[in-house]
Design a protein. Structure first.
Length: 245
């Protein structure tokens, strides 16, 4: 059953996210444009017994993530300062080498996702994170777009917080309580499609009835109802006023 046949399901959307570094709520990356979610890969070891080969899981390795930000509030300088804070210096300066733990390290790097109500449904925490590479963008006289900076962040491991379980459970319970077609209602794909067609037919009939009633009253098209809480209840008595008469 396709999720778009269920009217009360809100899939996770790409644009509802927030980035925080060092686990500090005030340290939010409002200049971030895109970010990869964590990923991992488990290497396998292969053993041969006679004419057969058997695979066994080995060590899990977490993949790097790529972040694209808009160059605002001096982000170029901030990233360069972060590099120097990790121990980098020009060749003329003799100092310690680059190290992981620095005053501006990105430990406890947090990626949060939200639903339409602003509730957190998923939180990833990246431990031991540090900036692996930075591309400060490009310039062109023929382009008026904002300068974008791309960075790659490496980390030791990631943890998925279960803060969103209550929100997801509440959503599932709400869907089940109303008997959503194709999910809790137990309808087949054919029955769900017929149900959707029936609702569409009712909507067309009520819209037409509202238009006729409104026109007969000399009110133009303003009273075709959009004031009801039910998205399919087009009551001609609802609406935004007396139309364009």
């Amino acid at each position: 059953m396709s999720f778009w046949n269920v009217l009360h399901v809100d899939p996770t959307r790409k644009f509802r996210f927030l980035i925080q570094s060092n686990g500090i709520e005030s340290d939010q990356w409002i200049w971030a444009k895109t970010i990869d979610k964590p990923s991992y890969e488990i290497n396998t070891n292969e053993y041969q017994l006679g004419n057969h080969k058997f695979k066994y899981p080995g060590v899990a390795t977490w993949g790097d993530i790529t972040i694209t930000i808009v160059d605002m509030f001096g982000q170029t300088l901030n990233l360069y300062d972060n590099l120097k804070a990790m121990g980098y210096n020009l060749p003329a300066i003799t100092d310690v080498g680059i190290h992981k733990k620095a005053p501006q390290a990105m430990d406890n790097f947090i990626i949060s996702q939200f639903n339409a109500d602003g509730d957190i449904v998923e939180t990833w925490t990246l431990y031991g994170a540090f900036i692996k590479s930075v591309n400060f963008g490009d310039l062109s006289y023929a382009d008026d777009e904002m300068v974008e900076i791309t960075m790659v962040v490496s980390y030791d491991y990631a943890d998925l917080n279960d803060l969103g379980k209550d929100v997801l459970a509440a959503t599932a319970a709400a869907v089940a309580s109303i008997g959503a077609p194709g999910v809790a209602g137990g309808l087949t794909a054919e029955a769900s499609a017929a149900h959707a067609q029936s609702l569409a037919a009712q909507r067309r009939k009520k819209t037409l009835a509202g238009s006729i009633t409104n026109t007969a009253q000399g009110g133009g098209f303003g009273n075709v109802g959009f004031g009801s809480d039910d998205p399919f209840d087009f009551d001609p008595s609802d609406g935004f006023g007396d139309g364009f008469s």
